[in-house]
Write a protein that binds this ligand. Structure first.
Ligand code: FMN
Length: 366
């Protein structure tokens, strides 16, 4: 097995990466009142110094009163939070890295365990976060129009602060995904409908607004997942044909890179082919794609939240698919959360030094 293709440079519009390893976005909740601290800056700078090609920030929320359910999740708006992010990107660049924020609106959420809640009700496509659980209100036309603008504003701020790209969080059952999913979108206006294509209008409008505010040359990544945290087996696109129509629509709206979230990257997306989600997305759209999900680790991340530990595992299947051209970039979550030098250890074949992942790693920023 050779990892040589993992360490080839990658260039696309504003992105100029030294290798194909992408730090996956991971919420850490170490930003009191939404402001990223010095510790947050040094956490990301260590991954840059450790030769991660592209760092995607933890989800950072856009300027809507109810875009977050956690006061320690960073904002991507407001003077103090943006000054915090300015410091983050300066430190990452000084350490030789590249980075984009993952801009996020959570949509309808459960209340935070601390009892904290935003000053207005949660807002979503409908009042539902999953079948049978409502906790907020369906957005009206004005809410939707203002939210679309807020995504655009956050992306424009990312560009102004000097970030290398922006990622729109369209996955995992949060706001944009609540529009995609029929179980959480019962709207009868232009943002709802029986088909996935109809329910994609909100995402399309967000992407177009982001593009309008950042221009042609700033790389836009869209993160998608078929699965929801309340339904691992869900498929928004149930067939290759449906996926073709969906991703083509999103690509035409202005996506440069599809970040295809799976819990285990080796799982085929549809019967009859071993292609995974990122493989299909690249085949369908011709766009660059990022794969992700249990790279270099034995167990998947949602089980890790429940306390299951993971040990390092081989990259053989990953490199087979990368060498075959299935995807361009490789997202790595927990392995990089616990070890800032993971990329260097892989490059230099220091496998004996690789660490696993256990839930305790979440307690601090290392
Ligand atoms: C602590 C933690 C926080 C996460 N937060 C986010 C997030 O803010 N946004 C997101 O899109 N995915 C989030 N994820 C999912 C990761 O980006 C990634 O897809 C997942 O961990 C699978 O990659 P891995 O198996 O390499 O860890 C999170 C995962 C972890 C472990």
């Amino acid at each position: 097995m050779s990892t040589i293709n993992l360490f080839k440079p990658f260039k696309l519009k504003s992105l100029n990466l030294k290798n194909r390893i992408v730090m996956a976005p991971m919420t850490r909740s170490f930003s009191p009142n939404g402001v990223p601290t010095e510790n947050v800056a040094s956490y990301y700078a260590k991954r840059a110094a450790g030769d991660v090609g592209l760092i995607l920030s933890e989800g950072t929320v856009i300027n809507r009163v109810a875009s977050s359910n956690d006061p320690n999740i960073p904002h991507f708006y407001g003077e103090e939070s943006l000054a915090g992010w300015q410091h983050v990107i300066n430190e990452v660049h000084a350490a030789g890295g590249a980075m984009g924020p993952q801009i996020w609106h959570m949509g309808i959420m459960e209340n935070h365990h601390s009892g904290w809640h935003p000053a207005e009700p949660f807002e979503g496509a409908s009042s539902f976060n999953k079948p049978g659980f409502a906790n907020g209100k369906a957005m009206n036309e004005t809410d939707i129009a203002e939210t679309i603008l807020a995504y655009g504003r956050a992306a424009a701020d990312a560009k102004r602060l000097g970030f290398d790209c922006v990622e729109i969080h369209g996955a995992h059952g949060y706001l944009i995904d609540q529009f995609f999913w029929e179980a959480t979108n019962d709207r009868t206006d232009i943002y709802g409908g029986k088909t996935l294509i109809e329910r994609s209008k909100f995402a399309v409008d967000v992407i177009k607004e982001v593009k309008r505010q950042v221009g042609e040359d700033f790389t836009i990544i869209l993160r998608l997942s078929q699965w929801k945290s309340s339904d691992y087996n869900n498929k928004l696109a149930k067939t290759p044909l449906e996926m073709d129509a969906w991703l083509t629509l999103l690509a035409d709206a202005g996506v440069d890179i599809f970040h295809c979230s799976q819990r285990r990257f080796w799982e085929p997306e549809f019967e009859g082919s071993d292609l995974n989600f990122a493989g299909w997305a690249k085949k369908i759209t011709g766009k660059a794609t990022i794969t992700v999900g249990s790279v270099g680790l034995s167990g998947e991340f949602l089980a890790a939240f429940r306390g299951e530990s993971s040990v390092p595992s081989s990259l053989e299947e990953l490199t087979r698919r990368l060498d075959r051209g299935d995807f361009d970039l490789v997202g790595v979550g927990r392995a990089l959360l616990s070890d800032p030098n993971w990329a260097q250890k892989i490059r230099d074949d220091r496998s004996a030094e690789l660490k696993g992942f256990s839930r305790e790693a979440l307690a601090q920023l290392v």
